[in-house]
Design a protein around this ligand. Structure first.
Ligand code: FAD
Ligand code: FO1
Length: 466
């Protein structure tokens, strides 16, 4: 278990309660960071606590996205209570808030989970430095990936085909069953808990949910999101395996709801990718007609997802032009002055008011439901390259719309999906075209050849007009 962790400063663990700062992996079960914290606390006979820092804003998330997250955290708060693990919710800057709690309980160790994104990494680095001055150890555990990001590969990978062998070579050692969380055997002194818990996690979350409900009502546009939280995630997984897994290889048809739709739960860490992989593997055991779709699903869930974390972890320019490979920047430079046949304002793009009914329907599905079929996400981003004045603008508007509207947004998978579509990341050169150069193109007619565009547009209109 400890091999999924690494120290973020050079302090030794000292006697005192263990504090898990929960950030990316917001679940009580199947959470390697929590399990690592508990194992260390049990070994040293110490109490175990969890702290979550609620931000005012996060990379453009809408109020409904915060509500989705907080409803999940309410469930996690209840579960932790059942395991005798106090859960504290603070509001504000993590390095300050986490350190304050650590100081109040005289913590002996802080464990946190892992994210390759710039802001969470800054939080962890500030925390590790400040904790170092207090002589306090900080560890980081990758509870999101099946193989810890820094062990899957020690460098920036060029494509799925370069990281896949490294993952496959190690996978059997890491894709193991997860131990159950134990009811924690050591209590925190009652008065201390009273002192730090304040109004209590659930009260803080309920209050935040009430405020968010007002916010999303006020701007008059409320997204209809899937049901939030770990229990809903588990139901989604069971339903996917029972009903859709066998048809997973037909997921590129947006009229067929056969993909797992687990990304919102994976993004918020409300379900463990390792648990999902084990469940799909078990379902395919001895079922020959599930072998191929299960392999395709695991390729997405393990190889593609770890490749996204790899890109964001090793490439600081994961969300801008400089992160594109040289061949892509050259070809886009060469076609920078090509005339754009269409130009739209941000407003027209956000409200799906372009000449392209397929793009509009996908955009309105994203705006109204926070989700878009995976195949159309590629088409959606590539059209932005075709229509925006520059590739840089295309990438920035794609990120703004995806992070501002997608329930699974603000995620390495999103920055990489956009960089793949617009900047050829993890892809290769194709036939040269205006504007795109040798970046792979996708066309309306190409979609018509793959699925019924008319059905998808009709269904979209139906849902909107009711
Ligand atoms: P399934 O097809 O059921 O796959 C299962 C899981 O595997 C997904 O939940 C996801 O975690 C992972 N996965 C699947 N496809 C990919 C992929 N191409 N890259 C990385 N991981 C993958 N994914 C996000 O999680 N958040 C985003 O903001 C996001 N933005 C995208 C933007 C663009 C322009 C593109 C091209 C792709 C984007 N993706 C994003 C990746 C992918 O489209 C979604 O993960 C997938 O459609 C989610 O639906 P699902 O859960 O039904 O996926
Ligand atoms: N993580 C937090 O620790 N606190 C937050 O308030 C918070 C808000 C939030 C809103 C939208 C969203 O998509 C994610 C959010 N996250 C929050 C989690 C975020 O995913 C993590 O910070 C990860 O580290 C990012 O990879």
């Amino acid at each position: 278990m400890l091999d999924r962790s690494r120290p973020l400063n050079h302090r030794p663990v000292r006697p005192g309660p263990v504090l898990y700062w929960m950030n990316r992996d917001q679940r009580a079960t199947d959470n390697w960071a929590l399990l690592t914290a508990q194992q260390t606390a049990v070994q040293s006979g110490q109490p175990l606590l969890v702290v979550f820092c609620l931000q005012e804003a996060f990379l453009g998330a809408r109020p409904e996205h915060f509500s989705f997250m907080l409803e999940g955290l309410l469930e996690t708060a209840r579960e932790l209570q059942d395991f005798n693990i106090p859960f504290i919710v603070r509001q504000g800057n993590p390095d300050r808030e986490v350190l304050a709690v650590a100081g109040q309980i005289q913590a002996g160790l802080i464990v946190t989970d892992f994210s390759p994104l710039r802001l969470p990494r800054q939080w962890r680095s500030d925390l590790a430095t400040a904790a170092d001055e207090m002589g306090l150890a900080v560890w980081e555990t990758d509870a999101h990936n099946i193989i810890p990001c820094w062990l899957a590969s020690d460098k920036l990978e060029f494509a799925a085909r370069t990281i896949r062998p490294k993952i496959n070579r190690q996978l059997s050692a890491w894709l193991t069953d997860l131990p159950a969380l134990a009811r924690h055997p050591v209590d925190l002194a009652g008065e201390l808990l009273q002192d730090i818990a304040g109004p209590g996690a659930r009260a803080v979350i309920q209050q935040a949910l009430a405020d968010l409900a007002l916010q999303s009502a006020s701007d008059g546009r409320r997204q209809t999101l899937p049901p939030p939280g770990p229990a809903a995630a588990q139901r989604r997984l069971s339903h996917f395996i029972a009903e859709s897994l066998k048809d997973f290889d037909r997921r590129n048809d947006p009229n067929l709801p056969v993909s797992s739709r687990l990304s919102p739960y994976l993004h918020f860490g409300q379900i463990s990718a390792q648990r999902v992989a084990l469940a799909v593997q078990a379902a395919a055991q001895g079922e020959p007609d599930l072998a191929t779709p299960a392999a395709s699903f695991l390729e997405e869930l393990i190889v593609r997802r770890e490749l996204s974390d790899n890109f964001c972890f090793y490439n600081p320019d994961y969300d801008n032009w400089n992160g594109f490979p040289a061949w892509a920047r050259q070809t886009l430079e060469r076609h920078r002055a090509d005339p754009r046949a269409y130009r739209y304002s941000d407003e027209q793009l956000e409200n799906g008011q372009t000449h392209d009914p397929l793009w509009n329907t996908a955009q309105l599905e994203l705006r109204d439901t926070g989700q878009m079929p995976g195949y159309l996400r590629m088409y959606w981003a590539k059209k932005l390259l075709e229509w925006c004045a520059t590739p840089e603008q295309a990438q920035q508007i794609a990120i703004a719309l995806n992070d501002g509207l997608a329930i699974d947004g603000r995620d390495p998978n999103g920055y990489v999906g956009i960089a793949w579509s617009i900047g050829g990341v993890h892809d290769r050169p194709w036939g040269e075209r205006p504007v795109f150069g040798t970046i792979r193109t996708m066309t309306y007619d190409g979609c018509r050849r793959k699925f019924s565009v008319d059905d998808y547009i009709r269904k979209g209109r139906y849902r909107r007009d009711g």
